[in-house]
Design a protein around this ligand. Structure first.
Ligand code: PEP
Length: 257
């Protein structure tokens, strides 16, 4: 399978931004671009915006994701939200293991794996984030780090379930910093991740998997990154908060529509 046959997914990660009225405004502004998109368009929004997003995106083609989920279905886990709760309200995607969760909220490879399984069990599509820190890149261990994170996240997950997983390669040094990996750096690691997936599940699953790049993707650099053979879309933070910037990235992913 080649790139043209894989699903390209442009997903916004709003992080801890947008009140409900602000969310409603941004979704309204996105509707036109999303209607003509030649790729899957997803907005991953704060829990407090989910209901607004699910309701306002009905019939628009825009899909809604959460930014995390817990690994238990219910129970005494104050402050947490389960994958089942998200699925019940119409959410379709969930970001798992974002580097900000790993850095600031003690997320580990083990909890990433458990959350990924919970998401799949609930029928959600997990967007699993992996990526190296700057010091790790400088120490030339990017591939070791990414391989470890990818295999840990996929532990105990069947090939059939793996078909519903998206992996986002997000070098930590490029997130929110304005420093983007070059097209070649991003392609090299995304191709490597596909190899890791192939070693575990075989060529068909690996060739069919959507692997995104994330890290300061913006209207200027998106087309170059998205043209690469192994980059099937983007996970976009800052630029997804602005309809015009996000729209340009969606158009770049749609073949410059
Ligand atoms: C992200 O939050 O996943 C991200 C890539 O952020 P930014 O685009 O702002 O670097």
């Amino acid at each position: 399978m080649n790139k043209a046959l894989r699903e390209t997914v442009i997903a916004g990660n709003w992080k801890m931004n947008k009140t409900r009225p602000e969310a409603a405004l941004l979704i309204e502004e996105l509707k036109n671009t999303a209607a003509g998109a030649g790729c899957e368009v997803v907005i991953c929004v704060p829990y407090t915006d989910l209901e607004t997003a699910v309701s306002l995106t009905k019939g628009t083609g825009i899909k809604v994701g959460a930014e995390n989920c817990h690994f238990k279905d219910s129970g005494a886990y104050t402050g947490e939200i389960s994958a089942l709760m998200l699925a019940e309200m119409g959410v379709e995607y969930v970001v798992i293991g974002h580097s900000e969760r790993r850095q600031y909220f003690a997320e580990t490879d083990l909890t990433v794996n458990r959350r990924t399984k919970a998401a799949l069990n609930a029928g959600l599509k997990p967007i699993v984030c992996v990526g190296e820190m700057l010091a790790e890149r400088e120490d030339l261990i990017t591939e070791d780090v990414v391989e470890l994170q990818t295999t840990a996240a996929l532990t105990g997950i069947s090939a059939k379930d793996a078909e519903n997983i998206i992996i986002a390669y997000e070098p930590v040094w490029a997130i929110g910093t304005g420093k983007t990996a070059t097209d070649e750096q991003a392609e090299e690691v995304c191709a490597f991740i596909r190899k890791v997936v192939e070693n575990k599940y075989g060529k068909d699953i690996a060739e069919g998997m959507t692997i995104q790049y994330g890290g300061s993707m913006n209207p200027k650099n998106a087309a170059g990154l998205l043209a690469k053979e192994n980059i099937d879309g983007g996970l976009i933070g800052g630029a997804s908060l602005n309809a015009s910037d996000f729209g340009i990235i969606i158009k770049a992913a749609s073949g410059g529509l």
